[in-house]
Write a protein that binds this ligand. Structure first.
Ligand code: THG
Length: 262
C-alpha cells in the first residue's frame, strides 16, 4: 500500500494556525512524525480557511522539502493553487486532484505532464458526487479516456471512487469497494486506485474502528493507495495484517515489526 499521510491539512486547528503564523517547526514536526510512522508521501492541503492558498501552498512545499525528499501530494480543488506548488517542488509530486470535468482535465493533464507528476482523478463531475457504482465507472472511464487522448501514462493515474461518511451514505459503501476492483480492469495497463480513508468515519464516534475496518475491506478489493492518518497505530497494524492475509506481505512471527516502517 502506498500510504499518503493526511495530517498536513489546514482543517486541523494546529496546522491551520501554523500556516497562518508561518510556523515552520510545527509543519516540519507533523511531516516527520507521519514519515516515522510509515507514510510514503505527504498530502498537503492549505484548508478552506486559507485566505491566500496561492502563497500558502508553495510555502508549505518549501518548508516540507527542507526536511524530506518524499513525494508531496498537492491537494486543492483549484488548479492554480496546485501549479504554485508544482513550481517550487523539487521531488516527485502527485496532483490531488482532477475531477472528470473537461475544464479540469484540460488544465491538469498538461500540468501533470509538464511537471512529470502523478495524478489523482476523483470520480466527481459538475453534476455532483455519483450515487452508485455505474456512475463512478462512467466518470472513471471519462478520466482514463482523456489521459489516453492527451498522452498521460495510465500507470501514473490514481482513480478515487470517493468515499462519503458511512453515517450519511451507508448504501454506497459497497459501490465504493466494488469500484476499486472494477477501476483496475478499465484499461491495460491498469490505473491505480486510491481512497481518502478518513472521510468514511467523519461525524461518527468510533472513527478509528470504522477506518480500519473499511481499509481492511478495501485491501481485499485491491486498493493500491490511501490518504490516511499514519499516526493511528492500530490502523497501520491492521493494514499490515490485511496485506499479510492477502499475501502481499510474507509471514514471520515478527511480521508487524518487519513491516512497520522505521
Ligand atoms: N480523496 C482525495 N483527496 C482527499 C480526500 C479524498 N483529500 C482530503 C480528504 N479527502 C482526505 N484527508 C482528510 C483529512 C482529515 C480528515 C478527513 C480526510 C478528518 N479530519 C477531522 C474531521 O473532519 O473530523 C478533523 C478533526 C480536527 O479538526 O481536528 O476527518 O477523499 N483524493
Amino acid at each position: 500500500m502506498f500510504i499518503i499521510g493526511e495530517l498536513i491539512n489546514g482543517m486541523y486547528a494546529n496546522i491551520g494556525a501554523a500556516i497562518k503564523e508561518r510556523n515552520k517547526t510545527e509543519i516540519q514536526k507533523c511531516a516527520l512524525q507521519q514519515l516515522s510512522c510509515g507514510a510514503d508521501a505527504l498530502d498537503i492541503n492549505c484548508g478552506s480557511a486559507s485566505k491566500q492558498p496561492l502563497v500558502d501552498m508553495p510555502w508549505l512545499v518549501e518548508v516540507i522539502q527542507e526536511i524530506t525528499d518524499k513525494p508531496l501530494c498537492l491537494d486543492s480543488s483549484k488548479p492554480t493553487v496546485i501549479e504554485e506548488g508544482l513550481k517550487v517542488a523539487k521531488n516527485k509530486t502527485i496532483i490531488n486532484s482532477t475531477t472528470a470535468d473537461v475544464e479540469k482535465l484540460d488544465v491538469l493533464l498538461p500540468l501533470a505532464k509538464k511537471y512529470k507528476s502523478r495524478l489523482i482523478g476523483i470520480t466527481i463531475s459538475a453534476k455532483g458526487i455519483p450515487q452508485n457504482k455505474d456512475q463512478r465507472l462512467e466518470l472513471a472511464a471519462t478520466i482514463v479516456d482523456n489521459c489516453v487522448e492527451k498522452g498521460f501514462s495510465i500507470e501514473d493515474l490514481y482513480l478515487d471512487p470517493i468515499v462519503l461518511p458511512v453515517n450519511v451514505a451507508q448504501t454506497q459503501m459497497k459501490d465504493v469497494l466494488e469500484s476499486i476492483a472494477e477501476f483496475r480492469i478499465i484499461s491495460e495497463p491498469s490505473p491505480k486506485t486510491i481512497l481518502g480513508l478518513s472521510n468514511v468515519s467523519q461525524g461518527t464516534n468510533v472513527r478509528s474502528l470504522i477506518n480500519r475496518t473499511f481499509l481492511t475491506m478495501a485491501v481485499a478489493y485491491g486498493l493500491d493507495s490511501a490518504i490516511l492518518d499514519p499516526k493511528d497505530k492500530e490502523l497501520m497494524d491492521t493494514l499490515i495484517t490485511a496485506e499479510l492475509i492477502i499475501n502481499k506481505n510474507i509471514y514471520c512471527d515478527s511480521y508487524l515489526d518487519a513491516y512497520r516502517k522505521k
